[in-house]
Design a protein around this ligand. Sequence first.
Ligand code: ATP
Length: 897
Amino acid sequence: MAVDEVVALLQTDSVRGLDQDEVERRLRRFGPNVLTAKKGRPAWLRFLLQFHQPLIYILIVSGLITAGLREWVDSGVIFGVVLANAIAGFIQESRAENALAALARTMVSHTLVRRSGEKREVASANLVVGDIVLLQAGDKVPADLRLVRARELQVDESALTGESVPVAKSVDPVPEDTMLAERIDMVYGSSMVTHGQGTGVVVATGGDTEVGRISELIFSAEDLETPLTRKIARFSRVLLYAILILAAVTVVVGLLRGKPLLDMFMAAVALAVGAIPEGLPAAVTITLAIGVSRMARRRAIIRKLPAVETLGSVTVICSDKTGTLTENQMTVQAIVAGSEHYEVSGSGYAPFGRIVRMDGREDDGSRALAECLRAGLLCNDSELVEKDGQWQVQGDPTEGALLVVAVKAGLDRAEQQARFPRLDVIPFESRYQYMATLHADERNGHRLVYVKGAVERIIERCDQALDGSGRLVAIDRERILGDVDHLAARGMRVLAFARLEMAPETERISHDDLASGLVFLGLQGMIDPPRAEAVTAVRICQEAGIKVKMITGDHPATAAAIAEQIGLVHRRDAALPVVTGEDLATCSDGELQRTVEQANVFARATPEQKIRLVQALQARGHVVAMTGDGVNDAPALKQADIGVAMGRAGTDVAREAADMVLTDDNFSSIEAAIEEGRGVFDNLTKFIVWTLPTNLGEGLVILVAIFLGTTLPILPVQILWINMTTAGFLGLMLAFEPKEPGIMQRRPRDPETPILTSELIIRVLLVGTLLLIGAFGLFRWELAGGASLDEARTVAVNVFVIMELFYLFNCRSLDRSVFQLGMFSNLWVLGGVCAMVVLQAVYTYVPLMNELFQTSSIGLFSWIRIGLAGLLCYAVVEMEKKYRRRIRARKKEKEGR
Ligand code: ATP
């Protein structure tokens, strides 16, 4: 259908848009513009998949064997554990998925619409059929639209059609039976605008859109796999084989020693269930999920779970300047026009202040100054609004600053717009670094283009300049560049302004029209103060061995000045120059790798160059976090190990490509997320170091008993009791461990190093052996003292639990003692310990438990011996830690010398 027909049919107005009353009526009638998420896998399948793990297979086989042997209690407990494990895993997974989805929902997307004749930003969910939507490069299309206007509009429709090359759009109608991918007069919800601008009328919202019909394809569950969970899966497979071999050895050795086959089966089952760290997968997911929520509290929203882990290993952060390291609060402070320099007073966006010449005198009517200010006012898409006495800018802060200074000079925007109505626009794009608008001059019927942008881009197109009295003179590029350096060295962002007269009948402008012949009008320099928090965050990163690099589209001198204010470079570091986009363009890949290591500031860099920088850094072995906000930043964000997008200023395209989104756009939130990432990894390591000795100890106890030909000190059900209760009540509490002091004074973790270093493996072996000695020794002691087998086994189980309980305090830090951390700094641990003590009392003294687990009451002296074993274990590990600390200090001393 033709545009007019569509507009008439939908009872709207392509210029004014709908009225608010009508929007509300339609919203009530048709509902909000949201896609109802369709579940990826059905719940029952996700539940069944919980059983699909190698170690669970062993448990199931063990359960079947014990059932075959008519050991009903054992079999029942084993299947109970298998079921409990599946339920816990299922709940954990769903919660982690829901948490990620909920975080994703907190990022409400907004759309620019025209309603009641005004431009407004509304939540995309509130769009209705008939709304007039304004699109620009970087936007995600919020609903299905029939285009009303399109200017060089290109859209990436890969979410719908699978075709990743952007499609050029226009407003001309297409035949009725045209395939979706070729309907160039339409844009569809969830596609991305990659280029140009457009306006469209909403024809379908929510579930009625094309994407709504296939939404189950897009809403597949978030991936919960991370490098660590993959490593653990691999470890489980190795463990599976080890367990199978040891179980076979157990049976064979036992038979050779003349034991009955039945007993040996039970021993093999005990070995298998003992050696399996049942709690590990759940603990990993829970710890990562806690990390996600801790990061969200510090304004970093995780979109992809692996990022939580990778964050702890980041070695380089590549950050934008504007808005991330600086406030993005622009104020014009200096103007150069017609060879005269001016200073502007006043701060912020309040349009009050004066423009005076350097000699302190008021301006006496310079034509160049007036034109330079008018260019800034008209070649501008932002709005200045006063709300509750506060002046704010809607739109680009750079443009806001230009409005403010024009109002300070007494220009009235409405009046100027009426005199010079806008006919066409070339929007600003980082790639071209300028913006231009075509105006009609109502007084003399001329057509006029105003252009503003990066100085280099503008002056190469100018051959004349306007002087103070309004005459055209030859342009003096040298002098202009000198002025720019002067302003930029003060940390100012400098924009150049120019104009071009066009033939009276001109209706449209293109980049080619502006290739040459422009008249230079002047420069405006604006300050954008560095964020105070960024200065601290940069320092913390540097102490943590993380390099911070600024990659900006701005002028090299501005970049250098801001970098110095933020502490990224120091004036004495003459060896660390600013590298420009031009330098990068001529660099070979090898040279780039050297440059990228040394330099910290990259100016006038294009989005395409960002990708090369990331690749060069990665080739040097770095783990790179990279920020980005523009349309063209998406590939670099995907290439980086952690792509970081901005929640406020960034484009939808960048946000979709990112692993993490900052809700406050602030550099310091990246530093906070890295800190949390390191904490998460620490806690995971602590849990693993805590849990493995138990499995090792249990396995050893069974093996030793078989080889010595004695009765088993612990039975399969008892082992399962130990593993399940201690993992839940003791080990899991390590996930709540606060970050250790000095966490940001360590080097970043090399992602290639194994989780368990040789030091930690030795600790696991040490504690495993202590558990063996403790449990086996006290078991024999009880028997020798005349205790029954049930009593001796109850002691052995309590030895395991109590030693693990003491060892938990060792594990609260991998190298400090709990007294250095503070006994009460993790109350969860204390709560878990109390609960565990109560449980063990129940296990030992309640008759039902005595029957189920074949336990028996034990006396005070047995408890004292068990307690001493626990204390001894604690003391040995602390001595080992102290020894490590001493060695490390000595090594450091040597290095220092
Ligand atoms: P970053 O955010 O990556 O640190 P940036 O915001 O300074 O960099 P761009 O937005 O790509 O980078 O801007 C590059 C240059 O384009 C600026 O230095 C300025 O000269 C010019 N520029 C910026 N905004 C506009 C605009 N709205 N209109 C015209 N020119 C602009």
